[in-house]
Design a binder for this molecule. Structure first.
Ligand code: NDP
Length: 452
């Protein structure tokens, strides 16, 4: 790092020494800033980066709710409103026991640049709770969501802040949250995205992150004379992003041989066909079961339980392309070494910050094509932006229309990040390309708006 970025990083670490995930997100971003900062004296003069690493607003609140046994439960809620420079705050809500301020701040920070890359007018934010929906009844989830929204509603609005889903927040949770917002405010507005089809949701929103990931990677591969057709792929996770990544990879002729959850992974050498994927969707989205059950149902499938934090066997299977779609830091340096050893050609980040910084560096050093999350999983928020447009215009676009717009946004992102990589960094360094392209638009808006 140069002296300016090093100083910013040290300040961030001093202010919040325990926020390791946030520090990691800032660190990898600052490495890219080193490549442009000398060419942009106005950025240093106006302290743009120093302002960007400080959220505009952080809200933390108590979420009391009653479980099915009549006992009072208390969780912690968060909303980090990171930047409104180019539009209302926009970003998902995560319900998972690991959620804390550091994780929400890292997600909100990355969201700013991701949203900028989509070309749509959206600022960045993120929120959530340490509530664990796993094992809870629908009634408990509803009571939790209602209590969460009873506080959150005063901080959001269709022109202020528009939350969406993330880990642990799918269609069911968005429905409960929306119902409570509507009830408290007596207004039917586009205050959340990812809504159901009958109350303002956009077609293709559930599919958008996974589809967008595959569209972007397809673009990258084709520009390198490679293709998805006939390729063997590794996918981790088995939630929303993983499911639609598999669906689109299948549609484009690739074979996916793995899926996982926090308990373990399955390896299906024959490939997860559309029929098997339909089973996974039923298992995870309706039955809320575990991926282990896939190996009970289909012959010749290996299930490997997750043990400790060492190397993940999923990343030690020989394949052409890898798509981490579960959670942050799921690929450590050892995993990255295994992928490189087995000749992986591309890593497409469906999850946010799935690679530790050293793993990202190894991929870049070894010439592995790395599609970073800020660009690669931007399809979800892009279609959320399209949902906001449809809500404002009181319109409903067809599946084909939304899919076409998504495809064209992902193509635009590819052009944007590859041009920024060529101009400021090196050919195919999409990490720098995404950070720099996403940053420039927000930085210009911040400078134009004065010191706010
Ligand atoms: P889901 O809740 O639908 O699925 C998450 C999956 O990841 C599950 O299989 C879950 O397993 C697994 N997982 C979660 N936490 C851990 C953990 N600590 N260790 C191991 N496995 C874990 O979430 P999404 O698919 O929506 O999100 C996945 C990733 O994609 C996240 O990083 C999210 O931020 C990112 N993302 C999502 C977008 C969206 O539109 N949904 C948009 C952009 C990014 P288990 O069931 O055992 O918990």
């Amino acid at each position: 790092m140069n002296t300016v970025t090093e100083k910013i990083y040290q300040h961030v670490c001093q202010l919040d020494p325990d926020q390791k995930e946030f520090q990691q997100a800032v660190y990898t971003f600052l490495l890219s800033m080193d490549k442009v900062i000398d060419e942009l004296p106005e950025v240093t003069y106006h302290k743009v980066i120093e302002r960007m690493v400080e959220p505009e607003r952080v809200v933390m609140f108590r979420v009391p709710w009653i479980d099915d046994e009549g006992r009072l439960q208390i969780n912690r809620g968060f909303r980090v409103q990171q930047s409104s420079a180019i539009g209302p705050y926009k970003g998902g809500l995560r319900f998972h026991p690991s959620v804390n301020l550091s994780i929400i701040k890292f997600l909100a920070f990355e969201q700013v640049f991701k949203n900028s890359l989509t070309g749509l007018p959206m600022g960045g934010g993120k929120g959530g709770s340490d509530f664990n929906p796993k094992g809870r009844s629908d009634a408990e989830v509803m009571r939790f969501c209602q209590s969460f929204m009873t506080e959150l509603y005063r901080h959001i609005g269709p022109d202020t802040d528009v939350p969406a889903g993330d880990i642990g927040v799918g269609g069911r949770e968005i429905g409960f949250l929306y119902g409570q917002y509507k009830r408290i405010t007596n207004s039917f507005t586009g205050v959340l995205t990812g809504k159901g089809q009958t109350f303002g949701g956009s077609l293709i929103r559930p599919e958008a992150t996974g589809y967008g990931l595959v569209y972007l990677c397809d673009e990258i591969l084709r520009n390198e004379g490679r293709k998805l057709e006939g390729a063997t792929c590794l996918v981790s996770g088995s939630g929303n992003v993983a499911q639609y990544t598999v669906e689109k990879l299948n549609a484009l002729g690739a074979k996916v041989v793995t899926l996982s959850d926090s308990s373990g992974m399955i390896y299906d050498e024959e490939g997860i066909s559309p029929e098997k994927l339909a089973y996974v969707m039923q298992l995870k989205n309706v039955k809320r079961g575990r991926i282990r059950e896939y190996a009970d149902k289909y012959k010749g499938v290996t299930y490997i339980p997750r043990t400790g934090n060492g190397a993940n066997p999923l990343w030690d299977i020989k394949a052409d392309y890898a798509f981490p779609c579960a959670t942050q830091n799921e690929i450590n340096l050892e995993d990255a070494g295994n992928l490189v050893k087995n000749g992986i050609k591309l890593v497409g980040e469906g999850a946010n910050m799935p690679c530790v910084a050293e793993a990202e560096k190894l991929f870049l050093d070894k010439g592995v094509l790395l599609a970073p999350a800020k660009a690669a999983n931007a399809g979800g928020v892009a279609v959320s932006g399209l949902e906001m447009s449809q809500n404002s215009m009181r319109l409903h676009w067809t599946r084909e229309e939304v899919d076409e717009k998504l495809r064209s946004i992902m193509k635009g992102i590819y052009t944007n990040i590859s041009e920024a990589a060529d101009k400021y960094s090196e050919h195919n360094n999409f990490v720098d390309g995404a950070n720099i392209a996403g940053f420039l638009k927000v930085a210009n808006a911040m400078i134009a708006q004065g010191y706010v």
